[in-house]
Design a protein around this ligand. Structure first.
Ligand SMILES: Nc1nc2c(ncn2[C@@H]2O[C@H](COP(=O)(O)OP(=O)(O)O)[C@@H](O)[C@H]2O)c(=O)[nH]1
Ligand SMILES: [Mg+2]
Length: 366
């Protein structure tokens, strides 16, 4: 998961570390020069004393090597000074590393405005703060990255568990998105997720477009032992979902999860159909589903869907197969809507409720 992202961040981390090291050395040299300057008169004085004593007394045998020893101890003190040096980074120091970071983010499919936000925040974290060199160099960079990514990831945080617990029942949730991204699979995963919490579930076979779609969701309904509402030869998804809601009301079921056909935002007819579903069903949550591996395309589609009909949040699937991480980092910032779940595999339990820390650990962890 996110291996390319981690790989790509290494360059930035190294660039900052090198900069801190260089500055520390320069500062230490300055300090060494100052120390040497300060002790020079004292050394001369002691040399004069030695010379004077030599006139009256025989020279102690070890005098020459004693002077060498003094010189040596200065050197090792200077060396340790490099490591203890406090380094302050200014904007100029960070120009190259931050460029490196921006490139890393863009190549990882992080959307441009999001990459710029992260870079500005990392710069803010690093510029002007006193940094103790050596011991915590790596940590400083890691911490700056972590807190900057955290800000972006937690921007629109939404607790879906709390929402469902408090919402009037049945909670109506409609899933939309393009074909093959994992809508139906995600519905099955969410059904299991909620069923495990004790909620009663009704599925709606609202993909009336694709051949085999009803059979596919029926298999999930049977596996999970939940009710499926479908229409025989029905072609109106709004009517199917409406009936599922009526069924849930009549039978006191907690949550309706409605499937829909895959559609592109450019398909006017299918986008109108989606608007009709929203008008008729008035979902509590309209969830956009897309796959993390689509990178910027997924983010752009989310933006366009949200423009056509305001979504409440997204589910990002196939993060288990995503090396870059860009979509997961960007999608919430770009749409202004929260990520609710991440798909992490093909089985029912492979669903993770979105938590910024969980994602951060995977983006930055080893
Ligand atoms: N690796 C992986 N595959 C997934 C994930 N979610 C869905 N898939 C697969 O994606 C394919 C399309 O899923 P489907 O639910 O039919 O997509 P839909 O057309 O949007 O309904 C299937 O083979 C799923 O098993 C996920 O989180 N990880
Ligand atoms: Mg489907």
């Amino acid at each position: 998961m996110f291996n390319r992202f981690k790989e790509r961040l290494k360059g930035f981390k190294e660039a900052v570390s090198t900069k801190i090291q260089e500055k520390g050395e320069a500062e230490a040299k300055k300090a060494e020069a100052k120390t040497a300057e300060g002790t020079k008169p004292a050394l001369e004085k002691s040399a004069a004393v030695v010379a004077k004593t030599a006139e009256s007394e025989p020279l102690p045998e070890n005098n020459a090597s004693g002077a060498a020893k003094t010189k040596q101890s200065f050197r090792s003190r200077a060396k340790s000074l490099i490591f203890e040096q406090e380094v302050v980074l200014d904007e100029k120091d960070l120009t190259d590393p931050l460029w490196e970071l921006e490139m890393a983010l863009l190549e990882s499919d992080v959307a441009l405005p999001v990459a710029e936000t992260i870079v500005a925040s990392v710069k803010d974290e690093l510029v002007g703060r006193k940094k103790k060199i050596r011991a915590d160099t790596g940590e400083i960079v890691e911490e700056a990255l972590r807190s900057s990514l955290y800000k972006v990831l937690s921007e629109n945080y939404f607790d879906v568990d709390e929402f469902i617990a408090k919402a009037e029942k049945p909670v109506k949730i409609v899933f939309v998105g393009v074909n093959g991204t994992g809508k139906t699979t995600s519905i099955a995963k969410v059904a299991k997720y909620l069923k495990d919490q004790g909620y009663s579930i009704v599925l709606a076979a609202g993909d009336t477009f694709r051949a085999g779609a009803v059979e596919q969701i029926e298999v999930h309904a049977n596996n999970l032992e939940v009710k499926l509402v479908k229409h025989k030869d029905g072609k109106d998804p709004a009517a199917v979902i409406f009936d599922a809601v009526e069924y849930a009301k009549a039978h006191h079921r907690d949550v309706v999860l409605a499937d829909t056909a895959g559609r592109l935002h450019t398909n006017v007819n299918l986008m109108d159909q989606m608007k009709k579903i929203v008008r008729v069903v008035k979902p509590d949550l309209l969830i956009f589903v897309d796959e993390a591996i689509a990178g910027n395309d997924a983010v752009e589609r989310a933006r366009l869907f949200n423009e056509a009909v305001p979504i409440n949040g997204t589910i990002l699937t196939k993060t288990d197969a995503d090396a870059k991480g860009g979509a997961a980092i960007s999608i919430s910032h770009i749409t202004g809507k929260p990520v609710l779940f991440l798909g992490v595999g093909q089985d029912y339990p492979d669903l993770v409720k979105f938590e910024p820390d969980w994602l951060l650990d995977r983006l930055l962890g080893s």
